[in-house]
Design a protein around this ligand. Structure first.
Ligand code: DGP
Length: 122
């Protein structure tokens, strides 16, 4: 499996604004924030997409939501609320093939989470 940029962040080969770390996960601010607060929670295990999650990964994947809420609380955005998103593959808008939970906060989120200008692929 090819490493992604997130493996380099996990291995501290490139810098990131890390908000939380433990044995199985890492949370850091998104380099291209789409909200006043936008961070990512990733597993240290390199799982390319949601489709690749195995039964054995369930605890790891559940842990990402636990960490999302913990960091949201530490940043003081938990009571106002926030959006978590995990994109999958091309139509889902995934660009980094190492699963990651986006956590977006600090403004009211729209629904549905796509724009009318988003065109279906040919
Ligand atoms: P997605 O499109 O769901 O695969 O989201 C990938 C996110 O990763 C995107 O919002 C930008 C972020 N990202 C990509 N490269 C880097 C990086 O080198 N550092 C940080 N902090 N974030 C990155």
């Amino acid at each position: 499996m090819l490493d992604t940029i997130f493996t380099k962040i996990i291995n501290k080969e490139i810098p990131a604004d890390i908000l939380y770390e433990d044995d199985i996960s890492l949370a850091f601010r998104d380099i291209n924030p789409q909200a006043p607060v936008h961070f990512l929670v990733i597993p240290k295990k390199a799982i390319p997409t949601i489709n690749d999650i195995t039964k054995e990964d369930r605890e790891v994947v559940g842990h990402l939501s636990y960490v999302a809420a913990k960091v949201a609380g530490e940043l003081g955005v938990d009571e106002q609320g926030y959006r978590t998103v995990m994109n999958c593959n091309e139509f889902g808008g995934q660009t980094v093939y190492h699963i990651h939970l986006h956590v977006l906060a600090g403004k009211i989120m729209g629904w549905p989470p796509y724009t009318d200008t988003a065109k279906p692929l040919e």
